[in-house]
Every structure is written in C-alpha cells, then in structure tokens.
Write a protein that binds this ligand. Structure first.
Ligand SMILES: Cc1cc2nc3c(=O)[nH]c(=O)nc-3n(C[C@H](O)[C@H](O)[C@H](O)COP(=O)(O)O)c2cc1C
Length: 348
C-alpha cells in the first residue's frame, strides 16, 4: 500500500511531498476517534519502557532531528508509535535555510542528500508552540504514556564560531522548560564552519556552559552531543574523553555524511546535486562501526542513540547490538512509510 503511495509522492519535489504527507496525516489525526484508530493501527505492541538519564521512553524508536524541525506535528507523530521525537535543529533567530532545491532523493541507494541549512521558525516561536502542546496536547494524549521530546539546538548561520556559545545558551534557556532532553548539534555539514566546533576545546566550552546552566535549574535535563560520522579516530577519541570527563549524558551517533563513495546512483547525478549531507542506507554500516568503536572504548559507559540508515527491525537490532540504547529514523521513514516505528518495534 505505501509502495504505491510512495510512487505518487516521489513524483513531487521532496520538500513538497513531505509537506503534503504531513498535511494529510494532520487531517487524519484531527479527531479523537480517528487518533485512537490510528494509534491502534500503528501501535508497535507492548514493549519494556527504557530508562535513560532519568527519562522513561515508552519504546526504543524515535524520530531524528530535522523531520519536525518546528515542533508542529508532535501529536501526529506520537500516533504513529514513536517513543520520542527530536525537534530542531532550533536556532535563536528564525532562518529560511539554503536556496531550493536543497533536498534530493537517491532511490537506487535508498538515500537522501540534503543541504537544508537549519531552516526553522526560531527558538521563541518554537518554545511557545511546545508550551501550548505541553498544556493542551498532553491532556489529549488519549491515555498513552507521554511522548519524550528532545530539543536539538544549533547556531544561526550569521553567528561566528567564537560567539556560537551564546546561541546554544540562548536556545537552551528558552527550551529548557519544554523539552525532556537536549542535543547539541555541531555536526551538520550544511552550516559553514559548524563542524569545526567538534574540536575538543570548542566543544568543552559550549558543553560545560550548558551543564552549568542546567545545574542552576530545579530540574536538570539530560544533555547529549550529536556527532558526525566523518570524524577521524583521533577526533572520536577526543569526543569520548571529553564526554567521560564532563559526564555527558549521551551521544547521538550520528549526523549525515559528506562522503559519497560506494553509491549506485550515477556519479554525474551525484555531482550535479552538489554539497550536502548523505543519509539513509549508505550510512548504515559506517554508523554501526562508529557505534561499536565508541562502545568498545567506553565499555558501554556512555548511553548512545543510533541515527543512520535504520529502515527495518534487523537494522535496529544491529544498532542495539553495537551498543545503542535507542534508535532514530529519518530517511527510513521516507522509504518505508509511516509503519516504520511499528515494524521496528517488533524487534524489541
Ligand atoms: C532533510 C533532512 C534534514 C535534517 N535536518 C537535521 C537537523 O536539523 N539537525 C540534525 O541534527 N540532523 C538533521 N538531519 C539528520 C538526521 O537527523 C539523521 O541524523 C541523519 O539523516 C541520519 O539518519 P537516517 O540515515 O535515518 O536519515 C537531517 C536529515 C535530513 C534527511
């Protein structure tokens, strides 16, 4: 059924297809009885809740950052069986992102290339939306355990790396009352220079500042870091050392890759698409190796959330065997459809 729908959706430009699908999902979830039906259909079955950093996740499957950047579709996504949704990347000021086209499908590779560039409504608007959702949406969760919301934060394009800490702090402060955990994103390839913040000293400055702010609050939110899959072993070792030193709550492994090797899509087409992060099936193995490496080095002492090339229950199991506690999907949603959380849930 979804295969047919996918064929139709793939006739549209990717961003329009995304907007249209979310519009219809919203329509379908607009009444309480329809939501109950949809929840029932997409229910991934009873699973052991998972505890990480004091948070109780109703299952292991979440939606990765960038899918619901502006926290508009939380109710609908929770009806599809996801245990958590990571909103963002959120920046202090609203941003339009890069010029279109900026999202491309590579169906032969079950992959996407994107250079969205943190298009989002800005933290003030998004915080207001989350506040409303917390106040109204939670009550209408049809008796289900609450959806866990992650806040993925970044910097505006115009902010220099030297001043980046201000942007992360601003977003942290505004979102703190409304999200359950934070992810510091310094690993997107689509904001010029951002990935340089993955160097140890820059990271330490931003993360320790956020931890300090966190400790000043009545409630502390788990703080995680999202890393790129393209780091050298020395850089990964640095991240691990820092994470252990400052007792980070976890790592999200990983963002999209700038690599293009081993693709089936014609090389000319790939080079015509140009810059951007590659996601989906070509990322799977590299991502699993990175998870395994970190797990071995840390003896499993840092909680890991896997994000990279997860389409099926078998892919998700591969990630948990490599040391991940939770898994997130993005590109898999586009290729497998809205049943993805239910299908993956069967593995656990
Ligand atoms: C169109 C698109 C937009 C994305 N936007 C973000 C983002 O804003 N912040 C972020 O941390 N990751 C972003 N990502 C990366 C995903 O969260 C995920 O880490 C990556 O795509 C790998 O997972 P996948 O292979 O399941 O897609 C984006 C990915 C895609 C395809």
């Amino acid at each position: 059924m979804y295969k047919l729908l996918r064929q139709l959706l793939f006739l549209l430009p990717p961003e329009q297809a995304h907007q249209l699908s979310m519009f219809f999902l919203r329509l379908a979830c607009s009444t309480s009885p329809s939501r109950r039906l949809i929840r029932k259909f997409f229910d991934p079955g009873s699973q052991q809740p998972i505890q990480i950093g004091g948070l109780l996740f109703k299952n292991r499957v979440g939606l990765a950052a960038g899918f619901d950047k502006n926290a508009i579709h939380l109710r609908e996504l929770s009806c599809l069986g996801f245990g958590h949704v990571e909103i963002g990347t959120v920046t202090p000021q609203p941003q339009r992102g890069n010029e279109r086209p900026r999202l491309f499908r590579l169906p032969q590779d079950k992959a996407l290339i994107n250079r969205m560039g943190f298009n989002n409504d800005g933290v003030v608007t998004i915080a207001r939306r989350l506040k409303e959702w917390r106040e109204q949406g939670q009550k209408k969760s049809d008796g289900q355990p609450p959806l866990i919301i992650g806040g993925n934060i970044g910097k505006n394009k115009v902010t220099s790396n030297e001043e980046a800490w201000r942007d992360y702090e601003f977003c942290f402060e505004r979102l703190h009352p409304w999200v359950d955990y934070f992810v510091v994103n310094v690993s997107s390839p689509n904001t010029p220079g951002l990935r340089a913040l993955q160097e140890k000293e820059s990271l330490k400055k931003i993360l320790t500042l956020l931890q300090q702010r966190n400790n000043e609050k009545k409630i502390q939110r788990p703080l995680l870091l999202k890393i790129a899959p393209d780091l050298s072993s020395a850089q990964v070792d640095d991240v691990i050392a820092l994470a252990l030193e400052i007792k980070l709550d976890g790592l999200v492994v990983s963002n999209t890759t700038i690599e293009r090797s081993g693709l089936s899509t014609e090389a000319n087409r790939v080079s015509r698409i140009g810059a951007g992060g590659l996601s989906g099936a070509p990322l799977r193995e590299k991502n699993t190796e990175l998870l395994r490496y970190i797990t071995e080095r840390t003896r499993g002492s840092i909680p890991l959330i896997a994000s990279g090339g997860i389409f099926t229950a078998a892919d998700a199991l591969e990630k948990t065997k490599a040391g991940a506690t939770l898994v997130q999907v993005w590109t898999g949603f586009i290729y497998e459809g809205p049943v993805i959380a239910r299908n993956i849930g069967k593995a656990f």
